[in-house]
Design a protein around this ligand. Structure first.
Ligand SMILES: Cc1cc2nc3c(=O)[nH]c(=O)nc-3n(C[C@H](O)[C@H](O)[C@H](O)COP(=O)(O)OP(=O)(O)OC[C@H]3O[C@@H](n4cnc5c(N)ncnc54)[C@H](O)[C@@H]3O)c2cc1C
Length: 329
């Protein structure tokens, strides 16, 4: 019998790959219109043509050998590329900004030509039904069923794996698995407002990535410094969790204007020609679960995602890979 995976982000696709390699039949359902999850790419029309922004995850590292193998394969096939940005820590002293150089311990990789290329490549060869939101689960005599919006009840499935953020998993599990719902409820994910800026001329700013202290801006990234992003000068800004929480219901346009204003004040840049904002309600887990996956043996429901380990792409992959071992042993 087929295994259903809800969520075709890195965690869900990692589980799918391991299960398929062990001969299991898998189908994935994702509410998104296309591959990405938190590695989504935003396209925006500008006077200079279409621009692409990585407005969620910015880069990935690969320390686990299994994940390194995947990244290396994707790099050889051109879906992932190394990125060596100039990094600084910015802080404000006596009213002016000072920069301290930072150096990476690991190689940094990005999807090529956009972050979602990594998820697109991972989805190749799997049956993924996009545009399907799971709204309920049901345990019946002949197996497990998933209610999808818009296509209705689907099943029976041998097992169901939820590969979605903890807060969304908690809602789906409320009436089916109290233990797993409890695990999901114990994990909290911080929100993040992201702003996307495009300039009509290169900025004088000498860095590509700035980790910022003492500002509502937590991170600023020169999107256009990543390989294959085009020649236009583009930046992505991530607000801190504290500022995002305090302004979580602010209108998108106001967020874009405020984060852009702070950025221009910090860098001395002229106003951008394009600004946009995106709210990630569930961006980065702040209290990870105690184990790489959760499993309810009686109901044959699993839960996975970065939130089981750490807010990183590699952790999402590890969670999915670990989950698959239960169903392939
Ligand atoms: C602003 C931001 C910055 C980040 N920066 C970095 C970084 O620089 N480096 C790094 O390693 N990580 C970073 N991360 C974290 C990284 O993006 C995540 O760790 C990783 O993407 C998690 O993968 P996942 O598969 O667990 O979840 P997701 O990527 O969230 O995938 C879950 C999928 O489930 C789908 N879904 C959700 N609910 C339902 C439902 N009810 N029915 C059907 N489908 C559903 C979603 O559409 C989505 O595709 C960042 C995240 C954000 C938001």
């Amino acid at each position: 019998m087929t295994i259903a995976i809800i969520g075709a982000g890195v965690a869900g696709l990692s589980a799918a790959a391991s299960l398929k390699a062990a001969g299991r039949e898998v189908i994935l359902f994702d509410k998104g219109r296309g591959a990405g999850g938190r590695l989504s790419t935003r396209r925006a029309a500008s006077p200079l043509g279409e621009l692409r922004f990585d407005h969620g995850a910015q880069f990935l590292t690969a320390r686990d050998q299994g994940f390194r193998n995947l990244v290396s394969d994707l790099e050889q096939r051109g879906h992932v590329a190394k990125w060596t940005p100039t990094r600084v820590a910015l802080s404000k002293t006596g009213g002016s900004w000072s920069a301290e150089a930072l150096h990476a311990d690991d190689d940094w990789y990005v999807g090529a030509p956009s972050m979602n290329s990594l998820v697109k490549a991972m989805a190749e060869g799997h049956e993924v039904r996009w545009g399907e939101r799971a709204v309920a689960l049901s345990m019946r005599e002949d197996g497990r069923y998933v209610q999808l919006d818009p296509s209705g009840w689907q099943g029976p499935f041998d097992a169901v794996i939820l590969a979605i953020p903890a807060e969304q998993a908690k809602e789906l599990l409320a009436n089916t698995s109290a233990d797993l719902a409890g695990e999901a409820a114990a994990s909290a994910t911080a929100p993040c407002w992201a702003a996307m800026l495009a300039f009509d001329a290169p900025l004088k700013t000498e860095w590509d990535v700035a980790e910022i202290a003492g500002s509502p801006l937590g991170l600023a990234v020169r999107n256009s410094s990543k390989p294959g992003r085009g020649d236009e000068e583009t930046f992505v800004l991530h607000a801190t969790p504290e500022w995002t929480r305090a302004n979580v219901d602010m209108a998108k346009e106001d967020v874009a204007a405020e984060l852009s204003r702070l950025f221009c004040e910090m860098t001395g840049a002229d106003a951008p020609m394009l600004t946009a904002a995106h709210r990630w309600l569930y961006a980065k887990t702040q209290t990870p679960a105690a184990s790489p996956f959760g499993w309810d043996e009686d109901r044959r429901i699993g839960i996975i995602g970065d939130w089981r380990i750490a807010p990183r792409i590699e952790a999402a992959w590890q969670s999915g890979h670990a989950m698959a071992s239960v169903l392939t042993d």
